[in-house]
Design a protein around this ligand. Structure first.
Ligand code: GLN
Length: 466
């Protein structure tokens, strides 16, 4: 089936004119028809996908040759595509139509990619399982009674089941890497600032990055190279210059002191086996210490809600989306926000306003900011002695839908992913095999973190992990 090709393989066939973009897109659309009713990965499939593919074929016939020309991709529902709905999986924005293209969309459009549809996610990207979507969870393709992961669960499930050749997600504390690990695909969170955030519905602005879900590290590199770079519309964006690496000389640091609790034994086994394999390929494996990394979760769950509460203040029933009328303006706000936001979003807004309120600001927010700076220094120091830091991406495989109804237990699963967002480092999740649960084989991922701007190291190691 054509949709089972990787992007690199499909691009080669398109270039040789063995297949057309219309055929490739058609194969994805057929797969969507088969799988999506069960998996709920797409919230909307664009009715003009075939026409976009036709236009790509015309561009190729006239001599254009970009590797993504005619490649069908899925887009997380919090990234704006002009003229299309962008709901962030929230009732608040259920009928919101984007008025401009996100910069990443513009770049992919220029390259000639085909946008298949918008994918399910946790509401405003708040979650790690896709269960907080206002439109029902995306389900795990390996066991539909389990979560796809989150928040970019729809994008990961779509790529894992060949309902798209690749997808965009966003990652504030692991939302690309977590579902990549649960669904068995590659998930990249770029260096903070490597990819423009213009047109991404903001969650935590100092943490958010648009990332890539793909079948292979090659594919993720291809999309990353297309969407990265400085953008005048995002003052935190910049060009990054990648250094050169070679796999046989990699030094990989492992902070084993973080693995003490809460990790499933067979996940750790897969992790150690993967490292052993890399050692045989010539990598040097060393233990490292990241003394403050144990604080990362606490720091993240202060900074993220603080920023989210400020970002979500704009949804007031006046400017965007849902608008309910009450007795007076105050009442309009309360009605609109009460009806528009789900439970988890309201929880985070309350947490965020609490840690920013006078009296608690010094006790929580300011301390978290100081701890974040320390963490960043520790990562910088560690990455002077090693090229990569490796951990499992998630401490467990995908859990049962409804299995972590206590929000704290879900937050604890983010233990390995939030650090890269706090420090701004690039990180990637690569499939490292499967573990068995109730007779099903569930994928798990290994995470590598590199120095700022060293995405190339992630792609090189990612191509080696088998
Ligand atoms: N699981 C994390 C959270 O719930 C990460 C979310 C994200 O990266 N958008 O906040």
């Amino acid at each position: 089936m054509l949709n089972e090709l990787s992007i690199t393989e499909a691009a080669d066939k398109l270039r040789k004119k063995e297949i057309s973009a219309v055929e490739l897109t058609g194969a994805c659309l057929e797969e969507i028809e088969k799988n999506n009713p069960e998996l709920n990965a797409y919230l909307e499939v664009f009715s003009d996908a075939k026409e976009q593919a036709q236009a790509a074929d015309v561009r190729r016939a006239s001599g254009e040759n970009h590797a993504l020309l005619g490649i069908p991709l899925a887009v997380k529902d919090n990234i704006l595509i002009e003229g299309r709905r962008a709901s962030a999986a929230s009732k608040m924005l259920e009928n919101y139509i984007a008025t401009y293209d996100a910069t990443v969309i513009k770049k992919l459009r220029d390259a000639g990619a085909v946008f298949l549809g918008r994918t399910n996610c946790d509401e405003f990207a708040m979650g790690g399982s896709n269960e907080n979507s206002a439109f029902g969870p995306a389900r795990n393709p390996h066991d539909a009674s389990r979560v796809a992961g989150g928040s970019s669960g729809g994008s990961a499930a779509a790529v894992a089941t060949h309902m798209a050749l690749g997808a965009l997600g966003s990652d504030t504390g692991g939302s690309v890497r977590d579902p990549a690990s649960f669904c068995g695909v590659v998930g990249l969170k770029p260096t903070y600032g490597a990819v423009s955030r213009s047109g991404l519905i903001a969650m935590g602005s100092s943490l958010d990055q648009i990332g890539v879900l793909a079948k292979t590290a090659e594919d993720s590199e291809l999309i990353f190279n297309t969407i990265s770079g400085h953008d005048p519309l995002d003052s935190t964006s910049r060009e990054i210059s990648n250094s050169q690496f070679s796999i046989s000389k990699f030094r990989i640091g492992v902070p084993r002191h973080l693995f003490a609790q809460g990790m499933d034994a067979d996940v750790l086994e897969r992790f150690e086996a993967t490292l052993k394999d890399l050692k045989q390929k010539g990598c040097e494996i060393a233990d490292i210490e990241l003394p403050s990394a144990g604080l990362a979760l606490a720091v993240y769950y202060i900074i993220m809600p603080a920023e989210a509460s400020a970002n979500l203040a704009r949804f007031d029933g006046v400017r965007y989306g849902l608008s309910l009328r009450g007795e007076n303006l105050q009442d309009d706000y309360a009605k609109t926000r009460g009806a528009g936001f789900g439970l988890e979003v309201r929880r985070r807004i309350m947490l965020g306003t609490y840690v920013l309120s006078s009296g608690y600001y010094d006790a929580y927010y300011e301390k978290a900011v100081a701890a974040r700076a320390k963490l960043r220094m520790e990562f910088e120091k560690a990455l002077e002695s090693v090229d990569l830091i490796a951990t499992p991406t998630m401490p467990t495989p995908a859990w049962k839908i409804g299995g972590k109804s206590d929000p704290l237990s879900a937050y604890l699963s983010d233990i390995f992913t939030v650090t890269a967002n706090l420090t701004g480092n690039p990180a990637i999740s690569i499939p490292m095999g499967v573990v068995a649960r109730e007779g099903k084989s569930l994928p798990v991922g290994i995470q590598f973190t590199a120095a700022h701007g060293d995405e190339s190291a992630l792609f090189i190691v990612g191509k080696e992990v088998k």
